[in-house]
Every structure is written in structure tokens, then in C-alpha cells.
Design a protein around this ligand. Structure first.
Ligand code: R5P
Length: 294
């Protein structure tokens, strides 16, 4: 078995190969002056079982195309099987038609990952697990909470785990279960035209307590910042955030800090800035892959 890292593997490829004891190589990549992507596989892969790692953070469309180029090339070069490890699955939030005529983007993406040659897919904490039904092969959603638990426990004492909306309640339940805590949720309302969010007022038992806000993605930071303000206004002692994918677009970090968030726990499915506590997604993923025998 051979682990191949794509240009957006974010070093998860090397960590996975180390943990599994597998051979490892990076694809060669560059951008032409006009912005087109170039990919080359520098080793013989014929007859090999491959693990291809490519995450799909910004710029998503470029990283998606690199993934498709790699899959098609590996298939064409005679790989025996390809497991695509996609730590961050872009477009996962567009998993249905919220407004008439919209593309169901994640369906299109998963279909093309399959068509390009991946027979198996492993991703980390996809927005909704049901979306993986669009992938015709075996698809695994690796949950990060068991690995986040010790980090969260170091930062928060006897916390209440809070989801910012009912959709994230299952995530709160999973983390709460790992740390033996209680959990609850707020109610987020999103305007589908403007994307603006607001929280419906809701009392939570947070007075004098530490609170962990759990979500899958922190993008602009708006959701978690609103939740944090709400919780602090109700007398919480400390707020920390735990989310698998810290996209942290624009001034998201500043927004979180000014909303009273004291610490952020995430994973390396996407590149994260210094100061964030990072759990290795290779640790989360490796249980679904066989070790290499010498
Ligand atoms: C949406 O439903 C997701 O689970 C996250 O809550 C959302 O993507 C966070 O986005 P933002 O940080 O921009 O509020």
C-alpha cells in the first residue's frame, strides 16, 4: 500500500503514512501562468493499492480539480484500488435545494470523485452524514470527538456542551459523551437569501459554568460568535469552541475573540493559524485503514 499526497493534503498524508507504516510520496504539482493546474505522479503505481490524500479547503475548486486529475491519472496508470482520503469535504453544506433551481453541489462532487476512480472514500465530520449516500462506493465519516476530548477537558472544567443549532445537536451529544458532560442546543435561524443568521432567545443552565460550543465548521465565525455572546450574557464563566474544520474566513478569529471565546480546538483538515489547539486528523482517520506490512 502506498500513500500519495496531493497539493492540498496539508501534511495529513505524511502523518497517515507514518502512523500506518506505509510508503509515502507527494504528487508533483504546479500552476501554469494562466492559472491551469499541472499534476504528475512521480512513481510507478501499477498494481498498487493506493491511499490518496487531498483536502478541499480554499481555493476549493482548484483543489477539487487537482483531486480529479490525480484520481484519473492513478487509475490510468494501473492502480489496483484507490481510497480517497478527503479530510475536509468542500460544498458539504449545499446538500439540498434550499431555493428552487439550486445545484446540489455536494452530490455533484461526490459523484465525480467516484467517476474519477475512487472506490472508497474517507472524510472527517462531513456536514451531514446522509450526503455520503451520493457516493456509490463505501464512504466513511470519521468523527473527531474522541480525539478532541482530552484537549477540551484540559481547557474547560465540568462544561456544558452546546450546539449552536438543532442540526449540530448530535455533534454536541458525541463530544459530551466522550467527556462525560451534559449537552444542549441553541436555535439558529438563517436567512437563505442574505445568509444572515440570528439566534432565537433561549435560556440555558450556563450560569457560572464553562461552556463548549461545538460545530462542524467555523467559516465567517458568525454562528459561533452569536452563540458565545448569547451564552456569556447568561452568565457563563468561560466559552471555548470545538469544531472540526476551522476555515476562519476574513476576520473570523477577531470576531470570536471579541465575542468572548477564550480558546479554539480544531483539526488539521484545513490549515489553521497559530494559537488554535489542533488535533491530528490522521489520528481520526487511521482506524479505517489497514497498517502496512513490511
Ligand atoms: C452550518 O450549518 C454549519 O454547520 C456551520 O454552523 C456554519 O457553516 C458556520 O458558518 P459561519 O462561521 O460563517 O457562521
Amino acid at each position: 500500500m502506498l500513500v500519495i499526497g496531493g497539493p492540498a493534503a496539508n501534511d495529513v498524508d505524511r502523518k497517515l503514512a507514518d502512523r500506518l507504516g506505509c510508503r509515502h510520496v507527494r504528487a508533483v504539482s504546479k500552476l501554469f501562468p494562466d492559472g491551469e493546474s499541472y499534476i504528475r505522479v512521480p512513481v510507478d503505481v501499477s498494481g498498487e493499492d493506493l491511499i490518496l490524500v487531498q483536502s478541499l479547503f480554499q481555493p476549493q475548486d482548484k483543489h477539487i480539480f487537482e483531486l480529479l486529475l490525480l484520481l484519473e491519472t492513478l487509475k490510468d496508470l494501473g492502480a489496483r484500488s484507490i481510497t480517497a482520503v478527503v479530510p475536509y469535504m468542500a460544498y458539504s453544506r449545499q446538500d439540498r435545494r434550499f431555493l428552487e433551481g439550486e445545484a446540489i453541489s455536494v452530490q455533484v462532487l461526490l459523484k465525480h470523485i467516484w467517476l474519477a476512480g475512487a472506490s472508497r472514500l474517507i472524510t472527517v465530520e462531513i456536514h451531514k452524514e446522509e450526503a455520503l449516500r451520493s457516493f456509490p462506493g463505501e464512504a466513511i465519516n470519521a468523527r473527531p470527538y474522541r480525539h478532541m476530548a482530552p484537549v477540551v477537558q484540559e481547557l474547560a472544567r465540568d462544561p456544558l456542551v452546546v450546539a449552536p443549532d438543532a442540526g449540530a445537536l448530535a455533534r454536541a451529544a458525541m463530544l459530551a459523551d466522550c467527556i462525560g458532560a451534559e449537552y444542549d442546543h441553541l436555535e439558529k435561524l438563517r436567512d437563505r437569501q442574505t445568509g444572515k443568521i440570528r439566534l432565537r432567545p433561549k435560556r440555558l443552565p450556563v450560569q457560572g459554568r464553562d461552556v463548549v460550543i461545538v460545530d462542524d465548521i467555523v467559516s465567517t465565525g458568525g454562528t459561533v460568535a452569536e452563540a458565545s455572546k448569547h451564552i456569556i450574557a447568561q452568565g457563563a464563566r468561560k466559552v471555548i469552541v470545538a469544531a472540526a474544520h476551522l476555515l476562519l474566513v476574513g476576520d473570523a478569529l477577531v470576531k470570536l475573540k471579541s465575542a468572548g471565546v477564550e480558546a479554539i480546538v480544531g483539526t488539521d483538515t484545513v490549515p489553521v493559524p497559530p494559537g488554535v489547539k489542533v488535533v491530528s486528523s490522521a489520528d481520526v482517520i487511521m482506524q479505517y485503514l489497514p497498517k502496512c506490512t513490511v
